[in-house]
Design a binder for this molecule. Structure first.
Ligand code: ZN
Length: 313
């Protein structure tokens, strides 16, 4: 199959903002609105892939190509390819970078190297689905990095956040070490990256290089946000059920008793454990999931939301 033509140009603009430029293989170019690394990273953790993910899961679970049988038909394979090609458009509005990645990475012709065997068709079909899953996998890793780096770290410095990340993911922390950029003078910089993950790692590096903005986690809704001042900020401005977290959160912490603090601690520990379970399940091959407690994205999100409501009442 053809190698991916995917590449992204990241250009520095003013006020700490960077613009992502998509250069398509057909010669056209699109410049996305500039954002700070912190803002773009938070936005990337919040992209809602629910429908897209279900579309992929349906193909794994229900498409006849993956049914257990002796013969694998070429027409089933082509049918799968048609269905796969219809999925990226779901991301066009909500995630233009991944839409571009899929446009450039899904092979234009899928049977160039067909050796005619059933295993080739199965392998090629599974490979295409893995490409489709890439944006979701990168988001999961990014969310995990966020959990490790920004949860309860509002008191910390940028260096301490990077250090905490290093304890869990030394390789990723090394890839995000701002010292790597020391030789490149700031202002008017441009970078080229060749994968979705590299884009996020570059943004993390640029994020750790500055301290004008920091990423905090709201203690009420568990969402990430950028505090507007240097002052310690525990709650965000999001509105949930008619109230801003900021308004509800301060009342919530004022009235909080010792038992509630203990409940919150247990809730945090459980969340970490559930998150680990979810990651283990997600990273295991289907054949290795037998001994694991099932926990997919939807189940984890539902659990997390319920826990938040119970703990933060
Ligand atoms: Zn909040």
């Amino acid at each position: 199959m053809a190698a991916s033509d995917f590449r992204l140009l990241i250009e520095e603009e003013e006020n700490g903002k960077f613009a992502v430029v998509l250069r398509r293989s057909d010669g056209t170019e699109e410049r996305l609105p500039a954002a700070t690394p912190a803002a773009d990273l938070i936005a990337a953790t919040e992209i809602d892939y629910t429908d897209y993910r279900r579309g992929i899961k349906r193909l794994w679970d229900e498409h006849p190509l993956f049914e257990e049988r002796i013969d694998v038909s070429v027409s089933d394979f082509y049918d799968l390819v048609c269905k796969i090609r219809s999925l990226p458009s779901m991301l066009r509005e909500i995630d233009p970078v991944s839409f571009y990645f899929l446009e450039e990475s899904l092979p234009k012709s899928c049977l160039e190297e067909d050796d005619g065997s059933a295993s080739f068709l199965l392998y090629a079909g599974a490979n295409l689905l893995h490409i489709l899953e890439k944006p979701i996998r990168v988001q999961t890793l990014l969310r995990n990095i966020f959990e490790m780096t920004f949860d309860k770290m509002e008191h910390a410095t940028q260096g301490e956040r990077l250090e905490k990340l290093r304890r869990v993911y030394p390789d990723i922390a090394e890839a995000c070490n701002p010292a790597r950029l020391n030789d490149i003078p700031e202002g008017g910089r441009s970078f080229m990256v060749f994968s979705l993950l590299d884009l996020r790692l570059l943004e993390l590096t640029l994020y750790f290089q500055q301290d004008r903005q920091r990423i905090a986690r709201c203690e009420y809704c568990w969402g990430y946000f950028i505090p507007k001042t240097k002052k310690l900020t525990l709650y965000c401005d999001r509105v949930t059920d008619g109230y801003r977290c900021k308004d509800r959160g301060s009342r919530f912490s004022r009235n909080r008793k010792k038992e509630q603090d203990e409940a919150l601690l247990i809730c945090d520990q459980m969340r970490d454990r559930m998150y680990e379970r979810f990651l283990r399940y997600q990273d295991a091959a289907p054949s290795e999931r037998g001994g694991l407690l099932p926990m997919d994205h939807d189940q984890y999100n539902a659990w997390s939301e319920n826990a938040r409501l119970v703990c933060c009442r």
